[in-house]
Design a protein around this ligand. Structure first.
Ligand SMILES: [Zn+2]
Length: 274
């Protein structure tokens, strides 16, 4: 599932291809993916609009329009937002196509169809995407060990579930939560009320560099994720525990294990993580 580094990469790769272009037509093959407003209103309001730039909030991709309306996308499991020359063949499972006036198309494809698109009008309150309930970004000045401790230490959930909670910290998902807890040396099944100050420090310090290095590698692709130009991410060889079940820990040689924590597949080194 695309997380902060993958959405940031889509944002950055789309920006030079679509900024300044106008949307001349909108073809909706699967109206169910349009969550707000109605597919008819979505199409009617977006056609003719000019794209200013791209943005990101948590795992949401934002396409900012000159009218101050915002096209918002969540890629969920297998969504892809691609900008291609108009003559390129469609990827399988392409459900929404925005024709642009620069001979390109912005295409939303999604094999499993959990992805969502919304159009937020400038004068509208966003009570439909979930963005208003997101916590701060990991690159926010307010983020640090004190913030995590304050938000999570009384919650009585596992630390894995705690750092995945989007209402606390926006953007971290399953891949990078596992990588962060390995880097911090913390067992993912620990309850948040047992985490020491030193461990909060290590967890908080691990988060920004792990995300930034994945962004520098254009994100992590296991199966579906592609950036805005259709390229796979290059971060997989740099992962220390995620999807390395049965392989030796790069630090100590112990076999990496996979367990379920809060219903999520969780990878860790039983020797390095206490
Ligand atoms: Zn280890």
């Amino acid at each position: 599932m695309p997380e902060l580094p993958e959405i940031e990469t889509v944002k950055r790769t789309l920006a030079p291809l679509i900024s300044g272009a106008s949307i001349t037509a909108c073809r909706i093959e699967r109206p169910q993916l349009i969550k707000h407003p109605s597919p008819e209103d979505f199409s009617a309001h977006i056609v003719g609009q000019k794209i200013v730039d791209t943005g990101r909030r948590g795992k949401f991709l934002l396409i900012n329009l000159q009218s101050q309306d915002t096209l918002i996308a969540h890629l969920r499991m297998t969504g892809r937002m691609l900008c291609t020359p108009r003559e390129y063949p469609l990827l399988p499972h392409t459900h929404v196509i925005f024709e642009l006036d620069n001979d390109r198309e912005l295409r939303f494809a999604d094999a499993r169809r959990f992805g969502c698109l919304w159009l937020k009008r400038a004068d509208e309150e966003d009570d439909f995407t979930g963005i208003s309930r997101l916590g701060i970004e990991p690159f926010d000045d307010r983020f640090g060990p004190e913030y995590l401790k304050e938000k999570l230490s009384s919650r009585k959930v596992t630390i894995k579930q705690g750092i995945l909670d989007q209402s606390v910290l926006a953007g971290l998902g399953n891949i990078y939560a596992d990588e962060v807890l390995f880097a911090a040396g913390v067992d993912p099944t620990r309850k948040t009320d047992t985490i020491t100050n030193e461990e909060w420090q290590k967890i908080a310090e691990a988060i920004p560099p792990i995300l930034l290095s994945s962004i520098a590698n254009n994100g992590t692709t296991f199966s579906d994720y592609l950036d805005g130009e259709g390229h796979k991410g290059n971060n997989m060889p740099f992962l220390q525990v995620y999807k390395r079940t049965g392989m030796p820990c790069n630090r100590c040689g112990t076999t990496i294990m996979k367990i379920k924590v809060g219903g999520r597949g969780t990878h860790f080194c039983p020797n390095c993580q206490k």
